[in-house]
Design a protein around this ligand. Structure first.
Ligand code: ATP
Length: 432
């Protein structure tokens, strides 16, 4: 199976089994927008929960935040987004397809990749979605949908400082939606107009930036590996000075190997003291950290690990997808599996079996996400659960009625063993 075939199979599985649906499909869809279905939303939530636990709850130096999507438009002037959040847009003179010139350059293309037509001169295109607040649609009522979550963190810097008096270094983290009017969206959920980011701004003393940068790079990679993204499909690439954003002194991308090339999965940037200085200048408010021992006041510098939820989802799905003969298995880490266990009565038309299986199911689903299946034969049910990554299938059979034991079957080894009903939850909980 080539990596393109695998990608296509994952896209089709996502649709078929309720992970990801094209958005507004009954109206012909809406380009580059997607909806996460019943299983997708579970996986998405698990990714975010694991991130939040690792980077916020398990640490003493990080504070959580949930900022607004709509911020005072001055925020985007101060941040540089109004002037600099632009990409060079070129259009094919023949087929009128539009491209990002920098992407074409990276691929060594000087003409239209579709029809080889010549391209227009680049025009700078701002990637922020504009809207209007209130009943009048004029320049004074323009607002922007945030293109990144980071700015809400910078504008709340003093609030967190005043409420918690953290000691530097410390971080503020946020998970939330961001919106970008992408010129060349596509490749399924890799590049969408609306997506979620998991971002953390880590406030440091300038002299420590290189050390902190290395630590964060390690933590980002570890996070990806822990979710089951393979080491072979990741690489770290430093931005050239031309590529780097206006605020950054050093940026590296953690890239994922797709069939269409190495593409950004996560970004890590050293943003210097740019953001707090800019917001201080535009708002007229002091945004300083005070060292209580030396009474020195200074503008902290910032390291920013920024990670996309959708891109993580896609990488996890691709690296979990395995074909074993005619069996499709999604080898998701049990902590990510939408269902941790499936419960089956051996047959659906034996009242005692169904009653017993229901008891087991009702007990388990209070503890972790569990699904019921009584359709078709057991073999088919196993195949169906393998394809959505359910790590354990539990069957209630005639022996269960005699001795309160069930068979528990492991997704990855396909081996079954008998265990007591009483022991099922501990067995499953140990793996998640
Ligand atoms: P790219 O180079 O792919 O356009 P970027 O450098 O603009 O990405 P950042 O501004 O660093 O991306 O955003 C941080 C993270 O947000 C990215 O690493 C990625 O995981 C996610 N992300 C950015 N843009 C999109 C998008 N259009 N769709 C899905 N996820 C995105």
């Amino acid at each position: 199976m080539t990596s393109q075939e695998k990608f296509e199979k994952v896209v089709s599985l996502c649709k078929r089994r309720g992970f990801v649906y094209p958005s507004s499909e009954i109206y012909g869809g809406f380009a580059n927008t997607y909806d996460y279905g019943p299983l997708g939303v579970q996986l998405l939530r698990s990714i975010k929960e694991i991130w939040w636990k690792k980077f916020v709850e398990d640490r003493e130096d990080v504070y959580g935040l949930d900022g607004s999507v709509l911020l005072n438009p001055k925020v985007w002037q101060a941040s540089g987004h109004v002037d600099n959040f632009t990409d060079p847009l070129v259009e094919c003179k023949k087929c009128h397809k539009r491209y990002r010139q920098d992407f074409l350059e990276q691929e060594g293309e000087t003409n239209c990749p579709e029809c080889a037509g010549s391209l227009t001169e680049p025009k700078m295109f701002n990637g922020m979605f504009k809207t209007f607040v209130g009943p009048t649609e004029d320049t004074s009522s323009v607002a922007y949908l945030r293109p990144e979550t980071a700015q809400a963190i910078f504008v709340n810097f003093s609030n967190v400082l005043n409420s918690f008096s953290p000691k530097i270094p410390f971080g503020i983290a946020q998970i939330g939606k961001a919106f970008r009017n992408e010129i060349t969206a596509g490749n399924f959920i890799h590049r969408t107009l609306e997506f979620e980011q998991m971002e953390l701004e880590y406030f440091i003393e300038e002299g420590n930036w290189e050390k902190e940068f290395e630590k964060w790079l390690f933590d980002m990679l570890k996070f990806a590996y822990d979710l089951g993204i393979s080491k072979e499909s990741l690489r770290v690439r430093e931005h050239t000075s031309k590529e780097r954003s206006h605020y950054s002194e050093k940026t590296v991308d953690v890239e994922y190997m797709y069939y269409f090339g190495w593409k950004e999965l996560y970004g890590l940037a050293y943003r210097t003291d740019f953001d707090l200085k800019q917001h201080s200048k535009f708002s007229g408010k002091k945004l300083l950290y005070r060292n209580n021992e030396t009474t020195e006041e200074f503008t902290p510098h910032i390291i920013e690990p920024s990670m996309g939820v959708g891109r993580t989802f896609l990488a996890v799905m691709l690296d979990s997808y395995v074909e074993d003969g005619d069996r499709i298995v999604l080898k998701l880490k049990p902590s990510l599996a939408p269902y941790k266990a499936a419960v089956f009565p051996l047959v659906r038309n034996k009242e005692e079996l169904v009653k017993k299986a229901r008891e087991v199911f009702d007990g388990l689903k209070l503890q972790f996400s569990t699904v019921w299946d009584d359709r078709g034969n057991i073999g088919k049910r196993y195949y169906s659960q393998d394809e959505i990554g359910t790590p354990y299938c539990i069957t209630i059979d005639y022996q269960t009625l005699k001795d309160n034991t069930v068979t528990i079957r492991d997704r990855d080894t396909t081996k079954q063993k008998r265990i007591k009903i009483f022991d099922i939850s501990l067995f499953v909980l140990k793996s998640i």
